[in-house]
Design a protein around this ligand. Structure first.
Ligand code: PLP
Length: 631
């Protein structure tokens, strides 16, 4: 067999496809991250994990690379700058980070810090998010765009942010919101700038395409826009209308849909502008997608365009329409949350066990067993490449026979165990012979799926990758070491919750979706680490507490220009007591209840006082521990 190299692993897991320029593999066979755009300094993820474990930080660990956030702000902003220069666009682009995509303090702070030179602003979708945005150290030109449902208190929060010196734009999405603004404006201490969200006819593509289109839940129809302009004008508020916004869904997979939406929105902008409304900003919303599977196609896990193509199309399309309508081009704003954050965080988990279908001890068949066992044994020994399909079908029939006979009481437990062992051996042989054929039959592909290992991984799907469970979203998953070794097994990944949905059985692939992942056999007493990557958008903040698995341990990793890597912040995940608290169980009260039970046992003479004190101390200790598997 040909020697296996890291290039084979890179190809197998598609690392260059979904990970360039940030992810790669080093000569040691470890996955590395190059967090600074355009620079070569790298961080070896296995080394980081070893160091953290040395510092008694247990897995699962979320590793954050704040520099990847900075790189993405730069990448998107510079792409727009290039497009603006190329098309001679006479206005500017400024990004806005939608806080909902990742409200974590460290994420917001780093984006605001790194985004200063690009005038990055924030988008808020609720009162709480406005309050966060109000307090950030934004540059003078940055916008705070307020979307979401707006009541009087929301408008007051926006007015407060305006009084605090922020450039607030409240985007009105419903006719009643226009009416509310008109009614409440005289009572507000400061009236923020206003925007209209347009309900476009154009739809996005992919999983979130219902966010756009004529029947979407969001946005003002053409009639409502005209009515809104009229209402604002009558209330003397028309000079506040500065922005036009649209959002046709996240992760738009096809560039054609984006172009259509931009052209339509630019046309609305131009027509409104021609009504003597001093509208200045066109906000193209989110939707800039991530190529999770690296296929560069319009599949749900990918996008058929680059960031530069996106920027070019936005800039060119707006300019084209504005020239045609003879109106000045607007300042362009985008609310690209996924694209800014997806790359920057990853979960590292360890495989705690490998379960094999049909596993069990090898049981000798001595020829004295019931007929069905002997038939299965015959099929196993006599199966060849030539007869494998026919023999496989016979094997299936004998398996049914085996279970029927067992249910009717004709077989012993030992007979059943032998029969099951023989059946799985037959399945393995059938798959092996099937692979030698020109075309692998679909039924044998399914058998291979059933034969794949289940690697039990120390994490909760529901806490760390909720979209994998809720939306079947794909994330690249790769061993972070041993990439210079052939991964000789196929496995699905089960988490440690007691829920059968807590499993990952769809994996990124260049051409299709893989039903199992290539993994290495586990080595005795050696850890095996898998990285679940590109999870920085939405996953960090949408996770839930199924089985009371809470926030995971977290570390922030940086690399210096001289290549030195350092771990700056280690944030401990929730203890068992902290997670319980979220659901109303106070750790101290629980400990006191246990203490009362123990006292009773001491009183009844069932337990010595010293032993009771020890049990209580250990119980308290458990409440303060990390609920994931710590060995
Ligand atoms: N803006 C609005 C109004 C949104 O609803 C969303 C999310 O769906 C975004 C921006 C962020 O979109 P994305 O993460 O695709 O950039």
């Amino acid at each position: 067999m040909r020697n296996y190299s890291i290039e084979d692993s890179k190809q197998l897991y598609g690392i260059d496809n979904w990970g360039a320029p940030y992810f790669d593999v080093n000569d040691a066979g470890n996955l590395i991250v190059r967090p600074t755009l355009g620079e070569t300094q790298s961080v070896d993820l296995k080394e980081v994990v070893d160091e953290l474990i040395g510092k008694k930080v247990s897995l699962p660990i979320l590793i954050r690379f704040p520099q990847l956030l900075a790189s993405q702000v730069r990448s998107i902003s510079e792409s727009f700058a290039r497009a603006i220069a190329e098309y001679g666009y006479q206005n500017v682009y400024t990004p806005v980070f939608p806080v909902k995509v990742n409200q974590r303090k460290e994420v917001v702070h780093e984006l605001v810090r790194a985004g200063r030179k690009f005038n990055l602003g924030l988008e808020a979708g609720s009162k709480s998010e406005i309050l966060i945005a109000t307090a950030q150290d934004l540059p003078p030109g940055a916008l705070v765009v307020c979307n979401g449902f707006k009541d009087a208190a929301y408008l007051q929060a926006a007015a407060l942010a305006t009084r605090a010196g922020r450039n607030v734009v409240v985007v009105l999405e419903k006719p009643f919101e226009v009416a509310n603004v008109v009614r409440l404006a005289p009572k507000l201490a400061a009236v923020p700038m206003l925007g209209f969200r347009v309900r476009l006819y154009s739809r996005g593509s992919g999983r979130w395409e219902k966010s756009g289109g004529a029947t979407s839940k969001f946005g003002l129809t053409t009639g409502e826009i005209l009515q809104g302009i009229d209402l604002l004008s009558k209330a003397g508020l028309l000079d506040k209308l500065k922005l036009l916004h649209f959002h046709i869904g996240s992760q738009i997979t096809e560039i054609r849909r984006i172009k259509n939406a931009i052209k339509e929105a630019a046309r609305v902008y131009a027509k409104v502008r021609k009504m003597n409304v001093a509208i200045e900003i066109l906000d193209v919303g989110g939707g800039l997608g991530i190529d999770y599977d690296g296929s560069k196609t319009s599949s749900d896990a990918s996008v058929n365009y680059t960031v530069q193509e996106f920027a070019n199309d936005v800039v060119y399309s707006i300019k084209d329409v504005c020239e045609n309508e003879d109106v000045p081009v607007p300042r362009i704003v985008s609310e690209s949350g996924r694209a800014l954050t997806a790359y920057h965080s990853m979960l590292i988990t360890d495989v705690v066990a490998a379960a094999e279908p049909g596993s069990g001890p090898e049981l000798p068949v001595n020829g004295e067993e019931p007929r069905v066992i002997q038939d299965l044994s015959y099929i196993r020994t006599q199966m060849t490449a030539k007869n494998h399909r026919e023999f496989w079908h016979d094997g299936l029939q004998q398996r049914d026979e085996l279970f029927t006979m067992f249910s009717l009481g004709y077989l012993s437990l030992e007979d059943r165990a032998k029969g099951e062992m023989l059946f799985w051996d037959i399945a393995q042989k059938a798959v092996k012979f099937g692979k030698l054929q020109k075309y692998v039959s679909e039924e044998l592909e399914d058998v291979e799926k059933q034969l794949s290992y289940k690697y039990i991984c120390n994490f909760s799907v529901f806490q760390s990758i909720p979209d994998s469970w809720a939306l079947e979203q794909l994330f690249p998953i790769v061993p972070i070491h041993r990439l210079n070794e052939r991964p000789s097994r196929m496995a699905t990944l089960a988490d440690i919750t007691c829920d059968s949905d807590g499993e990952v059985d769809k994996f990124v692939d260049l051409k299709d979706v893989k039903e199992s992942l290539e993994v290495h056999p586990l080595e005795p007493n050696k850890p095996y680490y898998l990285g679940i990557l590109l999870i920085g958008a939405y996953q960090d903040v949408m996770g839930d507490y199924h089985n009371l698995f809470g926030a995971v341990n977290e570390a922030h990793v940086f690399v210096e220009p001289d290549g030195k890597r350092y771990i700056r912040n280690v944030i401990r995940g929730n203890t068992a007591g902290e997670v319980m608290k979220i659901f109303g169980h106070d750790a101290e009260q629980l400990a006191q209840s246990v203490a009362a039970v123990l006292e009773g046992q001491v009183r009844e003479g069932k337990l010595e006082e010293k032993a009771a004190a020890k049990i209580l101390a250990e119980y308290r200790n458990e409440l303060a521990r990390y609920p994931y598997l710590t060995g």
